[in-house]
Ligand binder design. Structure first.
Ligand code: ATP
Length: 350
C-alpha cells in the first residue's frame, strides 16, 4: 500500500498509509473502532476505490483491477454464509463461480473441509452449526479459491471468550500450515500479538507504528501506541543531563527522575516518560531519594488477583498503579511510589 488515501466527503477515513506485507506474512491492522481498518480491507478487496495512492500485488498495481480478477479471499465479521446452502455448497460457491470442473471442485472442497476439521458436517446448513463452526465454514470458503491474499475482518468477534481463544489457536495453526499471506483486522491487542508476524497500529486513519508484536508491545514509539499496549502513565518534561547509562529527566511540574537510556534521545530533548501501572512499585513510607514519588490514594479498584489504584502525587499528577495480591489500601492513604529507571520508557513528544 503506497500513500493510500480514502475520503468520504470531508471525512478522511484513511490518511496516507504505507504498508508492505511480505509473502506468507500474517499482518494485523490493530486499532480502535473507526480508525480506518475496514476501509483498508475494502480497498484491497476491491469494493472501494482509493481516493489516491495505490495497492500493488507482486509489483503490479491492482487498485483499478476489477474485484473478481484480484485473487483475494475475504472473511467478513458476520461470516455472510448462504443460509439455504449446505456447508459443502457454501464452500464450493467460489469454485462454481469460477467454473472449476466437478471432480476438481469436489476434491478441493473435501481437502479444505478436512483442513478446518469440518468433514463430518458437510451436509449441514449454517443454522445447524455453532458460531465457531460457522466461522470455520467462512474460512474454508475463502481458502478454497486459493487466494493470493486472505483478508479477515474481526472474524472472532462474534464468539464467546473461550471459543475465541480456541479459534485463535486454530487460525494460527492453519496459517502455519497453509502459509497464505493474511491481512487481519482487530481492535483486540492480545489477538494481534498472538497471531501476527507484523502489526500496524492505527488511529484516526493514520498508521502510528509498524513492527513485530514484540516491538509494538515492548518498544512503543509514541503516546498512542504506548497507551494502547498498556502504558498508563505519561509524564511530560525534558532530558536535563546524562550520567553513564542514565538521563536525568526534569518533569514540567518540577521533580526529577532517572531514566535508563533507550532509543535515540539526547540531552535537551522534550520528551514524555511512560511506565506501565504494574511496574510502579509501592515502597515503605520512609524511603526517600531518586525516583520516589509521594502521593495519596484517590481510587482503589480491587479485582481479586490485583488492585488498581489512582494515586494523586504531591505535585498534582495522577499515577496509575497495579499491585498483585495485596490488601487494598483505603482512600486518602498516603503512599510512596518507586519508578525504577529501567521500567521507564522515553517517548518523543509528538
Ligand atoms: P470498526 O472497528 O468499528 O469496524 P474501522 O477501524 O474498521 O472501525 P472504518 O469502518 O474503516 O473503521 O471507518 C473509518 C472511518 O470512516 C469512520 O470514521 C467511519 O465513520 C468512516 N466511514 C466508513 N465508511 C463510510 C462511508 N461509506 N461514508 C462515510 N463515512 C464512512
Amino acid at each position: 500500500m503506497k500513500d493510500l488515501v480514502k475520503k468520504f466527503g470531508n471525512i478522511t477515513a484513511v490518511s496516507s498509509v504505507n504498508i508492505d506485507v511480505d509473502s506468507g506474512e500474517f499482518m494485523t491492522l490493530l486499532g480502535p473502532s473507526g480508525c480506518g481498518k475496514t476501509t483498508i480491507l475494502s480497498m484491497i478487496l476491491g469494493i472501494l476505490e482509493p481516493t489516491s495512492g495505490s495497492i500493488s500485488f507482486d509489483g503490479q498495481v491492482i487498485s483499478q483491477t476489477p474485484m473478481n480478477k484480484r485473487d483475494v479471499g475475504m472473511v467478513f465479521q458476520n461470516y455472510a454464509l448462504f443460509p439455504h446452502m449446505t456447508v459443502a455448497q457454501n464452500v464450493a460457491f467460489g469454485l462454481d463461480m469460477r467454473k472449476v470442473p466437478k471432480e476438481e471442485k469436489e476434491r478441493r472442497v473435501k481437502q479444505v473441509l478436512e483442513m478446518v476439521q469440518l468433514s463430518d458436517l458437510a451436509a449441514r446448513f449454517p443454522k445447524e452449526l455453532s458460531g465457531g463452526q460457522q466461522q470455520r465454514v467462512a474460512l474454508a470458503r475463502a481458502l478454497v479459491i486459493r487466494p493470493k491474499v486472505l483478508l479477515l475482518d474481526e472474524p472472532l468477534s462474534n464468539l464467546d471468550a473461550k471459543l475465541r481463544k480456541e479459534m485463535r489457536i486454530q487460525l494460527k495453526r492453519l496459517h502455519e500450515e497453509v502459509g497464505i499471506t493474511t491481512i487481519y483486522v482487530t481492535h483486540d491487542l492480545e489477538e494481534a500479538l498472538s497471531l501476527s508476524t507484523k502489526v500496524a497500529v492505527m488511529s484516526k486513519g493514520i498508521v502510528r507504528q509498524i513492527g513485530s508484536p514484540q516491538e509494538i508491545f515492548l518498544q512503543p514509539k509514541n503516546h498512542f501506541v504506548a497507551n494502547f499496549v498498556g502504558y498508563g502513565n505519561f509524564i511530560h518534561g525534558k532530558l536535563k543531563k546524562e550520567i553513564d547509562k542514565y538521563f536525568v529527566f526534569e518533569a514540567d511540574k518540577g521533580f526529577t527522575l532517572r531514566v535508563r537510556k533507550n532509543g535515540h534521545h539526547r540531552v535537551g530533548d522534550s520528551v514524555i516518560l511512560t511506565i506501565k501501572p504494574e511496574n510502579v512499585k509501592i515502597v515503605g513510607e520512609k524511603e526517600e531519594g531518586a525516583n520516589c514519588i509521594k502521593g495519596k490514594v484517590l481510587i482503589s479498584d480491587y479485582v481479586g488477583s490485583t488492585t488498581s489504584y489512582e494515586i494523586l502525587s504531591e505535585k498534582g499528577d495522577i499515577l496509575k498503579v497495579n499491585v498483585l495480591g495485596l490488601e487494598p489500601l483505603p482512600q486518602n492513604h498516603t503512599i510512596n511510589l518507586y519508578l525504577a529507571p529501567e521500567s521507564l520508557l522515553i517517548l518523543d513528544k509528538e
